[in-house]
Ligand binder design. Structure first.
Ligand SMILES: C=C1C[C@]23C[C@@]1(O)CC[C@H]2[C@@]12CC[C@H](O)[C@@](C)(C(=O)O1)[C@H]2[C@@H]3C(=O)O
Ligand SMILES: O=C(O)CCC(=O)C(=O)O
Ligand SMILES: [Fe+2]
Length: 368
């Protein structure tokens, strides 16, 4: 496909908290706000007119929204276009009809809860996170703290090899983890292919091949946020996982039904993402922001602790192979468009990223 064949839509205006929250008022208002946001250059004088236009303009199909977060069914024929729009606007969306069996998810949740319920000394036998294995309260190695404990696992082309998972007593945990990783990686790749299709670029595996590569640097993280009893004394605010963007290409998150995840809008306001244990939340990582020359947004997010309920999340981070050169894809650049980033390898990026604090902007030093 030639560059001239790719139509790059004009950038939608930034989604700020006013339009985000007003989109929650009622469905009619939501239609107007969403349509306006997508630059439908018409002036709606009444909700009825807006509804009529919606019905007669099938090309402008909208995703549905759950509290401002786009909800996209993967069985929807137009899902590629909807995914692209969500990546441009928010950098996060929810997917339904994802095909990962609930039974597998429930088994992993149960195994993870059993692991986190072990005495601290037993969990520490898994090895101290450096960065892989078990960590508690401290995130990364640069002093970030959070009301969280976690297991961080490196994904290679072979089954998980961490010592503690090789014990006979961990055999069911190990097998469910390996099964889940295969499923969630396929889901990530399916979504990345739909994104390429939605962007109108070929081949459609231009993003997914990076995550499918035998050398891909991907991870699985299980986060457990215990209830935080002293939340009241802390004016109701305690960080579970501090604000950050994910460095990789794509993150695929599933949580139990406990709230806590929040995303930052372009005006720096924070909005909660309502939990949904049957769906997955997908967010754009820094690498995908670079590959799309900033068209897709690596969304800043954080998790707040809960006073009463524990939150369990499982996140797959799909990353490229270490030697992969990351730079905006020429196919996605309009004529005369300048690259916003200088080229770097994933290895170089990760090396710098791991010296930063969670809240730092890791792409700054690669900006031209
Ligand atoms: C403070 C840090 C933890 C982190 C590495 C870093 O130096 C900056 C990025 C952090 C992050 C966020 C997304 C993922 O949870 C993670 C595994 C990753 O790849 O980047 C973590 C890193 C970590 O916990 O080790
Ligand atoms: O635990 C969560 O819900 C999100 C955590 C997160 O953003 C991360 O581990 O990178
Ligand atoms: Fe994250």
């Amino acid at each position: 496909m030639k560059l001239s064949q790719i139509k790059k839509p004009t950038e939608p205006p930034p989604l700020d908290s006013t339009s985000f929250f007003s989109s929650l008022i009622n469905p009619t208002t939501a239609c107007i706000v969403i349509l306006l946001h997508q630059r439908v250059f018409s002036v709606f004088s009444s909700p009825a007119f807006a509804a009529m236009v919606m019905l007669t303009m099938p090309v402008l199909k909208q995703s549905s929204f759950c509290c401002g977060v786009p909800v996209i069914s993967l069985s929807e024929p137009d899902s590629g276009t909807l995914l692209v729009r969500a990546c441009e606007d928010l950098g996060l969306f929810k997917v339904t009809d994802h095909g990962i069996p609930m039974e597998l998810i429930a088994r992993l949740e149960e195994e993870a809860l059993q692991f986190f319920a072990l005495p601290a000394a037993d969990k520490e036998l898994a090895g101290k996170a450096n960065p892989f294995s078990y960590g508690s309260k401290s995130i990364g190695s640069n002093g970030d703290l959070g009301w969280v404990e976690y297991l961080l696992m490196e994904i290679t082309s072979k089954p998980l090899s961490m010592d503690f998972l090789q014990k006979p007593s961990a055999s069911s945990f190990r097998s469910v983890l390996n099964e889940y990783i295969l499923e969630v990686r396929n889901l990530a790749c399916r979504i990345l292919e739909l994104m390429a299709q939605g962007l109108g670029i070929e081949p459609s595996d231009v993003f997914s091949k990076l995550v499918m590569d035998g050398e891909s640097d991907s991870m699985l993280r299980l986060n457990h946020y215990p209830p935080c009893p002293m939340l009241q004394e802390l004016n109701g605010f305690m960080t579970g996982f501090g604000e950050h963007t994910d460095p990789q290409i794509i993150s695929v998150l599933r949580s139990n039904n406990t709230a806590g995840l929040e995303i930052s809008l372009r005006d720096d306001s924070w909005v909660p993402v309502l939990p949904d244990q049957e769906s997955f939340f997908i967010n754009v990582g820094d690498s995908l922001q670079v590959l799309t020359n900033g068209r897709f947004r690596s969304v800043k997010h954080r998790v707040l602790a809960n006073a009463l309920k524990s939150r369990l999340s499982m996140i797959y981070f799909g990353g490229p192979p270490p030697g992969e050169r990351l730079a905006p894809l020429p196919l996605l650049m309009a004529e005369g468009e300048q690259s916003q980033y200088r080229e770097f390898t994933w290895c170089e990026y990760k090396c710098c990223a791991y010296k930063t604090l969670l809240a730092d902007n890791r792409l700054d030093r690669f900006h031209k």
